[in-house]
Design a protein around this ligand. Structure first.
Ligand code: TXA
Ligand code: MG
Length: 323
């Protein structure tokens, strides 16, 4: 059921049930982080492998001590600037956090999301919420309550509807690595320049790992059920369209409308070439094109700066899925 009843959502969560919650990035599939049965149920409903750890969500900096054993000051500086917001920080876990949540790691991912309904909900609970994106494992993340209902509606009690997500791609994940460098584990709306501005140190990028404990990111993810191929630029996109002209083609374009007889469906992410707008539309566009009558989605990279990097990262991972 979809609705806007925060008290009902709180009651269900207190009773150990799962509720989908809105955040500024994507919708989350939330359960009581201090209730092992609820946490297990999250993995089950998403069909998510247990080696892929969960982000713990809370609503105030003071609550971090109930989740993490330590909060290095440089990470605190960054978090206090961007929380509530699209940032997740890896911290040494507190005893309260079950190994199941961290997939055996001593580090827990923590985030304060920027959505007034979810912040109110969290403040009514005396436990934090584990919340991965509310999609079946490996599939496109949801940015509306309807996306959640279509994918998981029959498996969860309630979907708290906060409207379409403002940012549209998942949070930036950072940690301090073994060399005491700030490392970005997943690109999101907060880019390396935003972090450098606060710390005076340029963060390093973690290269894609097949081992999610090393940590966090699987290579092929965020993928539609039909094949998606990614072009470097519009010229290459046109070549791809020509190459696949015997298929029914859906085009996921950045700022230009393309014309070809084989194109049966097309979405332009931002006619003005604005990456923030493109990010907001990205997953919705992938959902729509996947549900249409095309055989293949041909997409193009966007400018590789700021949130554009996060978009390219998601497109690249979607393109790696074997269909
Ligand atoms: O924006 C977001 O972060 C959304 C909303 C709902 O908050 N959540 C989200 O969760 O994207 P999920 O589970 O789809 O992605 C979490 C990522 C995964 O790649 C996971 O491996 C990584 O964070 N992660 C979580 N806990 C970790 C840990 N303890 N160590 C390393 N990576 C971790
Ligand atoms: Mg996810």
């Amino acid at each position: 059921m979809i609705g806007t009843d925060i008290d009902l959502a709180a009651r269900l969560l207190k009773a150990g049930q799962l509720v989908a919650i809105p955040t500024e990035t994507v919708y989350g599939l939330a359960g009581n982080a201090f209730d092992t049965t609820a946490v297990l149920r999250i993995f089950e409903v998403k069909n998510r492998p247990h080696f892929n750890p969960l982000i713990v969500h809370t609503w105030s900096m003071e609550k971090i001590t109930t989740i993490a054993a330590d909060f290095p000051s440089v990470l605190q500086d960054i978090a206090s600037k961007y929380w509530p917001g699209p940032l997740t920080v890896l911290l040494p876990k507190a005893e309260t956090i079950d190994d199941l949540i961290t997939a055996g790691s001593n580090y827990v991912a923590v985030r304060i999301p920027d959505n007034s309904m979810s912040l109110e909900l969290l403040s009514k609970l005396d436990f934090p919420l584990c919340a991965p994106s509310a999609n079946p494992f490996g599939y496109i993340s949801p940015t509306t309550a309807l996306h959640v209902e279509a994918q998981l509606g029959d498996r969860i009690g309630y979907i708290l509807d906060g409207g379409p997500c403002r940012v549209g791609v998942e949070s930036t994940i950072i940690r301090l690595n073994e060399n005491d460098e700030i490392e970005i584990l997943r690109n999101g709306a907060i880019g390396s320049q935003d972090i450098e501005k606060i710390t005076g140190r340029a963060p390093v990028m973690n290269t894609i790992s097949q081992d999610p404990l090393a940590p966090g990111m699987l290579k092929n993810h965020y993928a539609p059920s039909i094949k998606l191929l990614l072009a470097q630029n519009n010229a290459e996109l046109l070549d791809l369209i020509e190459k696949f002209k015997d298929s029914r083609i859906a085009v996921l374009s950045f700022d230009t409308v393309l014309t070809h007889d084989a194109i049966v469906d097309q979405i332009v992410l931002s006619e003005t070439g604005d990456c923030d707008i493109a990010a907001r539309h990205l997953f919705s566009a992938m959902h729509k094109l996947d549900a249409g009558n095309a055989d293949i989605i041909l997409a193009v990279r966007v400018p590789d700066k700021g949130i554009g990097r996060a978009i390219n990262d998601r497109l690249m991972r979607a393109s790696l899925k074997e269909v």
